[in-house]
Structures are given as C-alpha cells and as structure tokens.
Design a protein around this ligand. Structure first.
Ligand code: SF4
Length: 396
C-alpha cells in the first residue's frame, strides 16, 4: 500500500483507483491548441495531463490554460529549475522533475520548499536514458541504478520535509523497467507512476508498454500509468483506459468489443463486421460487452457471457442477449441492429430487452443452426477432405 497524494482533485495512491495520464504534443505557449488537445485526451480517458514547461512562453501558456482545463495539469521540467518555480506560479497541480538533469541539490530543495508552501506534489521522474553519470558509472544501466537515482532525489526532498511525491523509474527495456519498479516498491511507500519510456509507434509500442505496465499492475504495483507512444496522444489515453478496464481496475465506460477470430465456419467477413462495429461504438459511451461471432453454430453459445452479441448464419444475423436469441435480421443490417440494441440495452436493462424479444426468434435461429450443421457437418474447415486428397496425391 502506498501513501496517497492529490494531484489537484485526483487522488493518486493509497488504494485510490489507478489513473491514466498522457502528455500534450502541442507547444504549451499555444495555450488554445494545447487546451484543445487536453480536452481530447480527457475525452479519451486521461485523468491527468502533462504539458512541457520548457521556456517562459510555455509557463505563460500554463497560466492561461490551467484554470480552463478539465483535468489537473502536470508541468514537465527539464534542466531549468526556475521554470519549475514559474509553473508553480502558473497554478499547475503537480511538477515532474527529472533527477538526471536538475542536479544541483540547492535548486531541487528550492523547488521542493516552494511546492511545499503551495501544497503541490512532485513526481520524481527517473529515466534510464538520463541517469546521473556517477550513478550510472557505479551501477551500470541496472534496476539498482534507477532505484538509487530515485532515492538520492527523495533524500533531498526529505531534507526540506517534502513528502508529497510520486515516483517513476522508466526504461524502454521492459524487463529492466519491471525489475526497477519491483525493487522500488520494496523500499518506498510513495505512489508509483508506471511507464515504459519511448515505447515507440503502435502496435509494437502498445505491446511493450502493456507488457511492462500490466505485469506490474497484476503484481499490485502502480498507482498511475502512462503509455509513451509515438502516436497521437489520444491513443495513449485510450490505451491506458482500456488496459485498466481490461484488468478490472476501472469501471467500464465504453463497449468491450469481443469477436471470434473467424475460421472455416464463418458465414460472414468477421474482420470487416468487427471493424465497422468498432468504429460505430467508438464515440458511444456504452459500458457493456458486445460479441461478434462468425457463425451461429458456435457463436451464441461461446459468447453467452457477453451482454449482447450477433452471430452470422445463412445470410442473416442472430442477435442475442446473454446467449438468448432475441431477433434475426438480414446480414447487411447486422451492425445497425447491434448498435440499436446496445443503446436500448443500456437504457432499458437486460430484463426489459429480453421481454421485448421477437417471438419465434429462438426457433428461427435454431433452424438456421441445424441447417448449417447439416450442410457443413463437424468439419467446416474441410480438413478431413484435404487430408484424403493429400493421401491420394502422394499415392499416385
Ligand atoms: S466456429 Fe464460428 S464462432 Fe467460432 S471461430 Fe469459427 S466462425 Fe467464429
């Protein structure tokens, strides 16, 4: 269990819900463009947003955007401690300092004392790519080096009685990052901000970030997370939110779309139907699980735990709620019917929508299922016929 701090109105640590962070890519001095991006990030699931504060213009931009932001703003500071003081003046909810590039203890203590006066927390953002040279020389690029860097910075803060910190020990190497956070979690009780730094563009970047962050979250380590992707930051916020929902760490806000991978039994282009449905659901805030299954032979049964689903068969779509078929629609209306039913299900509830099922839908669906089984039998992928053919070819 970590200590709890408050980043503006958002609690971090101490058993609070794990939060999602992202960072703007606009020039902070352009406060209108930055604010537009902050709104987009908040809409995609970010609870906290970081903006760079790299010059005086950026600090002025922060002063203008902070009062209008829908989420708390963290100022990202590198090298110039005076910009940390300027960001505090601008009213940010948190600072992020990199111990690798603000190395003068007097400067660090000045910033900590000022933050203490204002009740603003600080993230100690250790990065494997910018460690103190003496620490790197002593420990090499190891988990011990990342942890030592965080502890050195913590000691400076302790000297001025500043305890409102959260810490990150990021690396682009996933095992290094995981080991460093595990080691750190053993020795401190400050909240931890998780991330795989410079993870790169999706899909590889998403996989690396998820591998590191999810591994730690499942260990019970981590209070706030950021995906560092080389992509529109909206993707970072969305990925963070989706990961927390998938791990059951945050309440579901959007549709959880599940779909079968398709196989020889598929009666429809599952990939195309799932893509169309995903696009349609993206902007709708419907907190349910929806399944798209390629055939009625296995679909409704395999996806019976989904709130809602559709399975294809004989040019028709079988719409089912918790495994019970409620309507049969033409194939080209499958996605529209799914969205329509999803909205009604969220508005009216499962019992009401089951009661509104078309009479005879179950029987129609069962007839389709039987007809398909008769047509294709158990070997829809025609494996046995192919094996026979191969045998005959080899024999002759
Ligand atoms: S059997 Fe049906 S539901 Fe299962 S993967 Fe194949 S098409 Fe999809």
């Amino acid at each position: 269990m970590t200590r709890r701090i408050n980043v503006g109105s958002v609690p971090v640590g101490g058993g609070s819900p794990v939060t999602v962070q992202s960072m703007t890519t606009t020039k902070t001095a352009d406060h209108e463009a930055t604010l537009a991006q902050i709104y987009a990030l908040a809409g995609a699931g970010a609870d906290i947003v970081r903006c760079t504060c790299n010059d005086e213009g950026a600090a002025e931009g922060l002063a203008r955007l902070v009062p209008r932001s829908p989420v708390p703003i963290v100022a990202d500071i590198h090298f110039q401690y005076r910009l940390a003081l300027a960001a505090l003046e601008a009213g940010v909810a948190c600072l992020r300092l990199n111990p690798g590039n603000i190395r003068n203890p007097a400067h660090i203590k000045t910033v900590a004392a000022e933050a203490l006066d204002r009740g603003v927390p600080i993230r100690i953002g250790v990065n494997a790519g910018s460690l103190d040279p003496d620490i790197e020389e002593r420990y090499g690029l190891t988990p011990e080096a990342l942890v030592a860097s965080a502890q050195r910075e913590l000691a400076y803060f302790d000297e001025v009685g500043f305890r409102d910190v959260k810490i990150s020990v990021k690396a682009s190497n996933v095992p290094l990052m995981v080991d460093a956070y595990r080691m750190l979690a053993e020795v401190i009780d400050a909240p931890l901000h998780l991330g795989v730094t410079e993870a790169g563009p999706p899909p590889a970047g998403l996989i690396k970030a998820t591998a590191g962050i999810a591994t730690l979250l499942l260990d019970g380590i981590g209070d706030t997370i950021r995906y560092s992707l080389t992509a529109d930051p909206v993707e970072e916020a969305r990925a963070g939110r989706q990961l927390l929902e998938a791990l059951g760490l945050r309440e579901r806000k959007n549709v959880d779309l599940i779909a079968c991978p398709s196989c020889g039994r598929a009666e429809v282009d599952v990939i195309a139907v799932a893509a169309k449905a995903q696009e349609a659901f993206e902007t709708r805030k419907l907190p349910i699980q929806v399944a798209i299954m390629g055939c009625v032979v296995n679909g409704p049964g395999e996806a019976r735990s989904a709130d809602l689903g559709i399975a294809a068969g004989r040019h028709r779509g079988h719409l089912f709620i918790r495994g019970k078929v409620v309507r049969v629609v033409p194939e080209d209306e499958m996605v529209d019917a799914l969205i329509d039913e999803a909205e009604k299900l969220v508005a009216e509830g499962v019992e009401a929508r089951l009661a509104a099922a078309d009479a005879g839908a179950e029987a129609e669906a069962e007839a389709d299922r039987r007809a398909l089984l008769e047509d294709k039998g158990d070997d829809a992928n025609a494996s046995e016929a192919k094996v026979e053919l191969i045998r005959r070819t080899v024999e002759t």
